[in-house]
Design a protein around this ligand. Structure first.
Ligand code: PRP
Ligand code: HPA
Length: 177
């Protein structure tokens, strides 16, 4: 498994601490609000699951599949909605849950879509945010990371390695370019 990993960037322990910290901030900020966590599949699964345990509110969880990457390490300009929310979000407080903001393209497109649907508020929590992303900043960020391709804890390389309990950096020899 580890022959594709250059180094561990964020350990299991650091991830657990970040989930706790972000969960308590969100709990404070969303008291008495109608909070809907919207997880962007598939990468959000471990993070959403661990984060939600630290949000002490009666929240709702919804999922979407929005894709801008196709298994490799290079970004494509296309955004596709492959699976949509089950409910209308008009007048609701939406917190988008992401594993990573890389170029910011995905989250920017989803935010724009939710604005047109009349959400009351739309914020973003992301476990990781790449340093070079100047597109869109999340309100809640676990770790700002260098501009390297990472995998593990939900993040894939060619659809594999999402099950690693930590965030690792992909070895250079595996990069597309
Ligand atoms: O900021 P961006 O450059 O748009 O990249 C970030 C997006 O790319 C990944 O999703 P992907 O489309 O690979 O789907 P996945 O969650 O199923 O892996 C990741 O989970 C984010 O949603
Ligand atoms: O660094 C990354 N790793 C895995 N998936 C991704 N999707 C956007 N950036 C990344």
């Amino acid at each position: 498994m580890n022959n594709v990993i250059e180094e561990i960037l964020v350990s299991e322990k650091q991830i657990a601490e970040a989930c706790k910290r972000l969960g308590s901030e969100i709990t404070k900020d969303y008291e008495n609000k109608d909070l809907v966590l919207v997880g962007l599949l598939k990468g959000c699964i471990p993070f959403l699951s661990d984060l939600a345990k630290h949000i002490e509110l009666p929240l709702e969880v919804q999922y979407m599949i929005v894709s801008s990457y196709h298994g490799g390490t290079a970004s494509s300009n296309e955004i596709q909605i492959k699976y949509d929310l089950e409910v209308p979000i008009k007048d609701r407080d939406i917190l988008l849950v992401e594993d990573i903001i890389d170029t910011g393209q995905t989250i920017k497109a989803v935010k724009k879509l939710f604005e047109t649907r009349g959400a009351k508020s739309i914020k973003v929590v992301s476990l990781l945010d790449k340093k070079d992303n100047n597109n869109l900043k999340a309100e809640y960020v676990g770790f700002t990371i260098p501009n390297k391709f990472v995998l593990g804890y939900g993040l894939d390389f060619q659809q594999k390695y999402r099950n690693l309990p930590y965030i690792g950096v992909l070895k250079k020899e595996f990069y597309d370019k």
